[in-house]
Design a protein around this ligand. Sequence first.
Ligand code: NAI
Ligand code: NA
Length: 396
Amino acid sequence: MIIEPRMRGFICLTAHPQGCEQNVINQINYVKSKGAINGAKKVLVIGASTGFGLSSRVSAAFGSNAATIGVFFEKAPSPGKTASPGWYNSVAFQKQAQKAGLYAKSINGDAFSNEIKKKTIDLIKADLGQVDLVIYSLASPVRTHPTTGVMHRSVLKPIGQTFSNKTVDFHTGVVTNISIDPATEDDIANTVTVMGGEDWQMWMEQMLAAGVLSEGAMTIAYSYIGPGLTEAVYRKGTIGRAKDHLEATAFTIADKLKSINGKALVSVNKALVTQASSAIPVIPLYISLLYKIMKAKGIHEGCIEQMQRLFADRLYHGDATPTDDKGRIRVDDWEMRDDVQSEVAKLWEQATTETLPAIGDLPGYKTDFLNLFGFAVAGVDYAADTDENVSMPGLV
Ligand code: NAI
Ligand code: NA
């Protein structure tokens, strides 16, 4: 069928298999163009189908010839109905890995559940024995707790006071003021339960107990800090509490991994357009200004540039991994540069519906958003009849 984007709010209801495939091929070509990385050889990526997780998987597989297992939660296609983009991305990744002679298998299910953890551990045991790198890159609005069965819902709210600031509807370019009421204690606790470190710790404890982590194995989770502009709704809001918890959990996990000389680290990444970030108020306006400035300075990166740099310049560069005073890896270093942030702050003051086309990179935002779903990708023939109902090789 002919597949077109069908937008509803922050999401697109359709996805294009060839567009997603081309995106994955572009990421693979980028990683190859940067040369080999002397990295991990057996890698588990939890949240492997989109965003930073997909780019981590591509960096490991095509930078270091790593065998990879990917875990994700995606919607399979059915006749007349497209899959979610992470499904098509993973189909493409599996195909390309197979073609390159790389081991790659994928598990589609709820990573928060005991069942999927066990399934993954069993697969590692059967096929790889052990893994030496575990990437934890989940982003989800909900988590069903495996012990209590309670479904927790995360919220994006400020803490302590109402937050009022500008935001943009990136579909229309209309800049408005929004007000978000402060979170309740329950909101905070639920958000920490969904996006904090508890599930990461469960994964690592269960893998350690099962003996599927190799001597010296490393695990990394992703965090975000961002500027003063977004602080009230991001880093000092409910999601920030979850990130505080995730970052603290790195130390707890590191302690537990001492028995295998393992490491647990957090990498703070750059603000980028992903399905997760486009749902956060204020962030799209910030990103559209940030993109404009970083592109003008020649320092703009997408997920794959970020993850390739994380692997090549931070984790596997033959020396100790540089971290900040809180033990975090920083690949948001270019985003947080003083010259970048002072210019964003200046533009923020000026941003209105009328000025944004000139001062912001809304077209770049929109293109990136469409790209997430496989649309507006160069070289893809969108007028061609395409088979939406593709199955995934290597799906366990
Ligand atoms: P994303 O939405 O692109 O990817 C989320 C991944 O998690 C997908 O593979 C999805 O299938 C998987 N997933 C979600 N729920 C699942 C479940 N129940 N079971 C199994 N898999 C599930 O998100 P993105 O942006 O790549 O986020 C990954 C991490 O990076 C998050 O911790 C996020 O906070 C962090 N981060 C994101 C930034 C951004 O600007 N997008 C900036 C810095 C950090
Ligand atoms: Na991800």
